[in-house]
Ligand binder design. Structure first.
Ligand SMILES: O=C(O)C(=O)C[C@H](O)[C@H](O)COP(=O)(O)O
Length: 206
């Protein structure tokens, strides 16, 4: 599958944007806290515009899209300047769209069969989603013993308190979550508070 772009962060903010105006200052605030990759979800209409703005205006930020659930989303994201994609699950049609557009995809998995299906599509790096419901650290340890080559990005229920325990696992290079960009802080434009959350997560990630 298409290789992911390079970035340094081990903590991926999953962002739900209601107002595209917030996208650039939000991305700059995260960058100031040491986070150089962002997943902006397509859950809101502003998502795709936000991706376009961050891709144009924040050169240090690697911008991707989340919540891709339909094949046509891949073209929209690529055309907006997004450089990677994250989906909550995986179907053959989504894998084909990723290949067709050349957009690297981190597909969501939860069970052994879903991990095997992702391997069959050529993925070596998947999301464990929702990580807390899928068994969290216990599941990742068990999957580590049977899927030695597979790496995971646990997302869903990961917090500032648990991120270091996840990252201590050899098959977890990165974690993701929404806790870095609380909607109330985004709405209030409290970028300093978001930089502080990002800096704390960067420190905890080591
Ligand atoms: O929509 C997607 O594609 C996603 O990536 C879903 C997110 O991973 C979770 O919504 C994060 O969950 P929390 O951090 O517990 O809020």
């Amino acid at each position: 599958m298409n290789a992911l772009p390079a970035f340094k962060t081990k903590v991926m903010p999953v962002v739900v944007i209601d107002d595209a105006e917030a996208a650039v200052p939000l991305a700059e605030a995260l960058l100031a806290g040491g986070i150089d990759a962002i997943e902006i979800t397509l859950r809101t209409p502003a998502g795709i515009i936000a991706i376009e703005r961050v891709a144009k205006a924040v050169p240090g930020m690697v911008v991707g899209a989340g919540t891709l659930t339909r094949p046509e989303h891949f073209r929209h994201v690529r055309d907006a300047g997004g450089v990677f994609a994250v989906s909550p699950g995986l179907t053959p049609a989504l894998a084909q769209a990723a290949r067709f557009t050349g957009l690297p995809l981190i597909p969501g998995t939860q069970t052994a069969s879903e991990i095997i299906a992702a391997m069959e599509e050529g993925f070596g790096f998947v999301k464990l989603f929702p990580a807390n419901l899928a068994g969290g650290i216990t599941a990742l340890k068990a999957y580590g013993s049977v899927f030695g080559e597979m790496k995971f990005c646990p997302t869903g229920g990961v917090t500032a308190e648990t991120l270091a325990d996840y990252l201590a696992l050899p098959n977890v290079p990165i974690v993701g979550g929404t806790w870095l960009t609380p909607p109330a802080l985004v709405k209030a434009g409290d970028w300093a508070a978001i930089t502080a959350l990002a800096a704390a997560a960067t420190k905890a990630a080591g």
